[in-house]
Design a protein around this ligand. Sequence first.
Ligand code: G6Q
Length: 549
Amino acid sequence: MSHSNLTDAPAFQALSTHFAEAKEWQMRSLFSRSPDRFSRFSTEAAGLLLDYSKNRLDEKTMSLLLQLARERSLEQKRAAMFSGEKINTTEDRAVLHTALRLPRTASLVVDGQDVVREVHEVLDHVRAFSERIRSGQWTGCNGQPITDIVNIGIGGSDLGPEMTCRALRPFVHPRLSLHFVSNVDGHDLDAVLAKVRPETTLFIIASKTFTTRETMLNAQSARSWFLRHHGESDLPRHFVAVSTNTEAGRAFGIDPENMFPFWDWVGGRYSVWSAIGLPLALAIGFEAFSEFLAGGHAMDVHFQTAPLEQNLPVILGMVGVWYRNFFGSGSISIAPYHQDLSQFPAYLQQLEMESNGKRVTSEGAPVTAATCPIVWGDVGTNGQHAYFQLLHQGTDLMPVDFIAALKPAHGLEGHHMVLLANCFAQSEAFMRGKTEEEVRSEMQAQQVPEDKIRSLLPHRVFPGNRPSNTILMDKLAPATLGALIALYEHKVFVQGAVWGINCFDQWGVELGKVLAKNIESELAGEVRTDTHDASTNGLIARARIALSE
Ligand code: G6Q
């Protein structure tokens, strides 16, 4: 494993030299010089096509970036993760979300246990349970089938299930409505409880630790709401749990039969493939859930076996490193041109920023180059009517990932063509821009007077040369969604390997879990409230007045 500074790596230095020249390149010229640029800089795997030709790079750039990946021991680190080594060193844990999508026939022995066998035992439980709910065999306390599923969880125990259930909306069982409550803000739970009936609702309490304050409070409130309508003995038909903490689930009143376990080697933001994905399995059925897992597995195999030159996660990750560490781009925008992927940017925000938002290396030394950029975005075409202005003409260089499906899941005429046309037109416009001459001749053709042309010209020029990737799939379906998520998981891994950081801990998030405890007791009036700085004391005092009114 490499322990030295990233900036000392020979390939990093070669890239710095190369950058001095490459930063002047215009993508327009790169394209006009080589009409086959699309075939040279696009690659396909697991049902996804990655077009990375609209980037400020050439073959030399790519070969130096891949050399950097090798110098940073990407291949060894990848092998260490897949084999179950404890690469999450600060928590002394293996990182095995990839084992959650291994086929039943595989085997992976870690610490003397075949994790694949354990994974499939839980999957069998998920299958049996989801079949009972979906068929209506499992009934609520009044004998009627379940119609509403409320997942109570936060962060990794919420974002994955919610994003995937939305993404696969056309596959959801017609009787089932899915709801997600994450925020400790009571408005979240309140809004959901107003929509559902206790007799036909199933609550899933999803918490790896079963101690997270927000989730526990929401779970307790949902339980009290239920008990206002029905008795204790009806609880087990309406509350199930997903957790590594079986004991705490039992103490809450969950029937151990209805506890779905997972393991400490599954990080929260990587847990949608585990029983945390239960809402998805219930929504789309176990067969489709298995296709989702298989899509993730197909990307795992590709990531492990494809040469780096054709390896989607490696390319996506290293192109990101090029912009972050050489162009100094501080953010990346995610633009899914698919309404059902509306939660995907938020999902990636956690995946990337919680994994790679680190300032020290795995060995604890300060990093010598920038790490994770800010990840943000929204669906197209909506974003075009809002912040795309800044992407086109703002002062910062922000790469964009466009994501689209070639075929829609609806039968509405004309819509999909307009959607795709917009997606491709935007990436083309980012790349080409609009020169002064082009703007001038356009205005001249419209017979705009010369003085007006002169004053408008600077505003209507687009610098272009703004990079983007485009990821295309045939249809947004369980398998392609699985492959898409795994693609980004491994992209994060590639970047973490190059930056030399631990992608799998989250001390900043852990901090939030304890920070509020003191203030909570102060707001409740249980302890002194003048122990903080003047601002915090003042805010607490103001809130206490309002809370006691
Ligand atoms: C994910 C994070 C974090 C976590 C939540 C919920 O990687 O660690 O988002 O998932 O804090 O934690 P529990 O599942 O333990 O409630």
